[in-house]
Write a protein that binds this ligand. Sequence first.
Ligand code: SAM
Length: 246
Amino acid sequence: MRLDIVSIFPEYLAPLELSLVGKAVRTGIVELAVHDLRQWTHDRHRTVDDTPYGGGAGMVMKPDPWGEALDALVPPGTAGDPVLLVMTPSGRRFDQALAAELAGERHLVVACGRYEGIDARVVEHARSRLRVLEVSLGDYVLNGGEAAALAITEAVVRLLPGVIGNPASLTEESHAAGHDGLLEYPVYTKPPSWRGLDVPPVLFSGHHGQIAAWRREQAVERTRQRRPDLLPSEYDPLVVARAVEA
Ligand code: SAM
């Protein structure tokens, strides 16, 4: 996968050199480049923002540097059918399903906004020649798109083949499609007793069937308590009761 991230604070993306994403870059699973938007400015002050038409607070990112950046990173005829991801609180809310979709792409270009956002014509123009997805990290406002780009990159890259040592860890975890979208069951390690709290005895039983059943039960219960909105209908007690009656 190729990943181009554009920001006025390229240093903000430095953590991508660390841990599993950094390793994925070093081993060639991901080709990552972070670009300073200001390289596509032409004035002495390397200006990327201006006052908003119509008045109001704050500044707006100018279209010219963004237009030039996208022309340079995705010239017409670029192979791999790139997707432009524009970070914005008014975009599609990022989740595990979207992470899985994006992990199937060959080339992602991530645009990090600042100030009051990017002049709306940039997205409008990009849509005329590229696949564009406006993405929100969640229902809150950040100062810039960099933290969203970090989170999205990490969630996507860990799904690429070869990034996580044991791919089975991806199927059982919270929000995973193979796990019915349930939250993960509680996990424990040594010692067996810690500050008066014991590891549930079933986990020492060595009985794989019982352990799997216990974990399933815990995952359902935890999802019911913490995120009932995520609970698949087959676990909804009303649906189960109706099915038993029928
Ligand atoms: N005025 C904008 C609004 O109300 O929608 C918010 C602008 S915000 C201060 C500056 C930049 O941070 C945005 O252009 C976007 O790139 C990024 N940003 C802020 N919140 C975000 C979120 N929840 N998800 C993704 N990006 C976000």
